[in-house]
Design a protein around this ligand. Structure first.
Ligand code: IPM
Ligand code: MG
Length: 367
């Protein structure tokens, strides 16, 4: 097989500086584990707008379609707040998701033991937490038509449409069941079947798909109750599957349980390509943090963990992904902290690069 290609889109704000550390990690795997990648870089978001007047150039879109995996930093910043909606940095990201048809968005919420006291919940509620939210990413109210701001009589009306086809529900459900099979075989589907027809169909189709996975224990929950249960007793869940908008909200809620938004990666997966790999984009859950950009303060862990997800889901390197995750756990257990991870007890934070150094040292020690 030819060398797999990895397209890197650092984006805006802290994106470029955290991505610099990811590139060092990629180089380490090349030099020390024989995992070669054909790495190239391009622009997205505000950076692409500055260069080309669009948050995603067509050439970049084509390169993303052709890559074995895309790794994205972050997009957006105050400089772009007043731009027209159609060229806002976020539109670049939404276009990638939509045109690559990345319908299955995996958002793990994992509580690192060394950071359990950072959660707004008590340690015993969150310690050991390891759940995965599968969010439908290419349909629902984010994309449904009609949409717009219209005039009706003498007032304006804002319209968005929640719309799901059976096949859209089925494919994301299958990806969630497959994941559940590889984890603890427990899946909870969340919707609002009590008030929304799209929720009724969601529940029916997920139940149908479940007949092909008798080993998986399937449950259903209204999404509002799901939000409450996530905060009350999050460890009752393993894999959660839900639609685009509920997934957006529930995944932020789950992320906060871990106390460290700067630590969480994500994977957005589509249908298999000719080489059998899924179309894939990996990105940290955090944003571009313009307030600290360019100062070497950012925590690169979420972006590095996104590369670990790429190793696992795109390149079949689960053992090497686990090596990288263990190195990060080790570094945290050793007390290495970027500024965002400083507790009330204080201490001296390491820089973005310092965190990269520590992780590489832990990787070396793992050999
Ligand atoms: C996310 C973000 C995006 C979303 C924004 C930036 C468009 O909140 O990835 O969760 O709403 O999907
Ligand atoms: Mg969000």
């Amino acid at each position: 097989m030819s060398t797999p290609s990895l397209l890197i889109l650092p984006g805006d704000g802290i994106g470029p500086e955290v991505m610099r550390e990811v590139r060092r990690i990629i180089d380490w795997f090349g030099a020390r584990r024989g995992l070669a990648f054909d790495v190239s870089e391009d622009l997205v978001g505000g950076a692409a707008y500055d260069a080309h007047g669009t948050p995603l150039h067509d050439d970049t879109m084509a390169r993303a379609q052709a890559a074995d995996a895309v790794l994205l930093g972050a997009v957006g910043g105050p400089k772009y707040d007043d731009l027209d909606f159609s060229v806002k940095p976020e539109r670049g990201l939404l276009r990638l998701r939509k045109e690559m048809d990345l319908f299955s968005n995996l958002r793990p919420a994992q509580c690192f033991d060394a950071l359990a006291d950072f959660s707004s919940l008590k340690r015993d509620v969150v310690a050991g937490l390891d759940i995965m939210i599968v969010r439908e990413l290419t349909s629902g109210v984010y994309f449904g038509e009609p949409r717009g701001i219209f005039t009706e009589g003498n007032e304006r009306v804002g319209v968005n449409t929640q719309r799901y086809t059976e096949s859209e529900i089925r494919r994301v459900a299958i990806s969630a069941f497959e994941l559940a099979m590889r984890r603890s075989r427990k899946l909870c589907s969340m919707e609002k079947a009590n008030v929304m027809e799209s929720g009724i169909l969601w529940r029916e189709v997920v139940t149908e798909v479940g007949r092909d996975y008798p080993e998986v224990e399937l449950s259903h929950m209204y999404a509002d109750n799901g939000a409450m249960q996530l905060v009350r007793w999050p460890r009752q869940f393993d894999v959660i599957v839900t639609d685009n908008l509920f997934g957006d909200i529930l995944s932020d809620c789950a992320a906060m349980l871990t106390g460290s938004l700067g630590m969480l990666p994500s994977a957005s997966l589509g249908a298999p390509m000719a080489n059998g790999r899924p179309k894939a984009l990996y990105e940290p859950v955090h944003g571009s943090a313009p307030d600290i950009a360019g100062q070497g303060k950012a925590n690169p862990i979420a972006c590095i963990l996104s590369f670990a997800m790429a190793l696992r889901y795109s390149f079949d390197q689960g053992a090497e992904a686990a090596r990288l995750e263990a190195a990060i756990e080790q570094v945290l257990a050793d007390g290495v902290r970027t500024a965002d991870l400083m507790g009330p007890e204080g201490g001296v934070p390491v820089s973005t690069e310092g965190m990269g150094d520590a992780i590489i040292a832990a990787l070396e020690a793992s050999l």
